[in-house]
Design a protein around this ligand. Structure first.
Ligand SMILES: [Zn+2]
Length: 281
């Protein structure tokens, strides 16, 4: 079942790839008592070992124009992912008609299905739009060489490079908050990666912020916005960005969703006895 939501004239469709399970060690600040209290407040099941992390992208339709926000995990990523392309088909989206890939960032679980299994573009008519700094980070040979040869981190960068490189001649980088199409704005939310962005949709007083990887686990990080993840490239910046965004949207009530936010949503972020909580709209 595909899930769609109207934001003014836009139709936003959840393209569910699947989910992963993250061990407690994904969160460097992990503390068992706080984790249990956070899960209780969120009303989420927590087995004391792992939490479920949803993985999804989004299609934003504005008349005939289709923007994809994030494109799932690569083939073979896990036993519980791999549904992104089927989700697109089910939603009736022809990849050749997609004109824009608006990427929250270029980590593997977001760029995975930008290419066909043979490495050619799945979205040949789409411009790749990402926050300034991400491309350079993932194509930085010195950074690559600093990781263990043949290790997991190099393998993950390899996948990002393979997915992005075919788009090298049709890409655009965003610096600062930028409207990339009428009613679609890229909002820099740096830290998780250098160019990490949210994508905000606005029309006629309606809005929705797809906030990228501001959280990986709604079970823990909404109550504990100080908790980052192992893959934050600049953990202090990521924490400051998350804190500032939560404070702002708890005030202004901006509806949110994201690649790792529970479905269906959208949600609002509200102050709660411990930190914040998500409330259904
Ligand atoms: Zn992610």
């Amino acid at each position: 079942m595909t899930h769609s939501h109207k934001v003014g004239r836009f139709t936003v469709t959840w393209l569910v790839d699947g989910y992963g399970r993250a061990p407690n060690t994904l969160f460097p600040n992990f503390d068992m008592d706080r984790a249990r209290a956070a899960a209780d407040q969120a009303g989420h099941e927590y087995d004391g070992q792992t939490v479920e992390i949803p993985i999804q992208g989004f299609a934003i339709q504005d008349g005939d124009e289709i923007t994809i926000v994030d494109a799932g995990a690569p083939d073979g990523y896990s036993d519980t992912t791999g549904k992104f392309v089927a989700a697109m088909e089910q939603a009736g989206i022809d990849p050749t008609r997609v004109t824009r890939l608006a990427m929250t960032h270029l980590h593997v679980d977001h760029v995975g299905q930008m290419v066909e299994p043979d490495g050619t573009m799945r979205f040949p008519n789409a411009q790749l739009v990402s926050g300034a700094g991400d491309w350079d980070h993932f194509f930085d040979d010195a950074f690559y060489a600093s990781k263990k040869p043949g290790g997991r981190e190099q393998a993950s960068i390899d996948v990002t490079r393979r997915a992005c490189l075919p788009y090298a001649q049709q890409r655009r980088e965003i610096t600062g908050e930028t409207e990339i199409a009428p009613g679609l704005t890229m909002v820099p939310l740096p830290g998780h990666t250098p160019g990490h962005c949210g994508i905000r949709i606005d029309d006629g007083g309606d809005s929705l912020l797809i906030w990228g990887d501001i959280i990986h686990s709604a079970t823990f990080q909404v109550a504990e916005p100080d908790w980052g993840v192992l893959f934050d490239i600049d953990p202090d910046q990521a924490r400051a960005t998350r804190q500032a965004l939560f404070a702002k949207i708890a005030q202004d009530g901006t509806p949110i969703t994201g690649p790792h936010v529970p479905r269906p949503g959208p949600w609002r972020v509200e102050k709660a006895p411990i930190g914040y909580r998500l409330t259904a709209i």
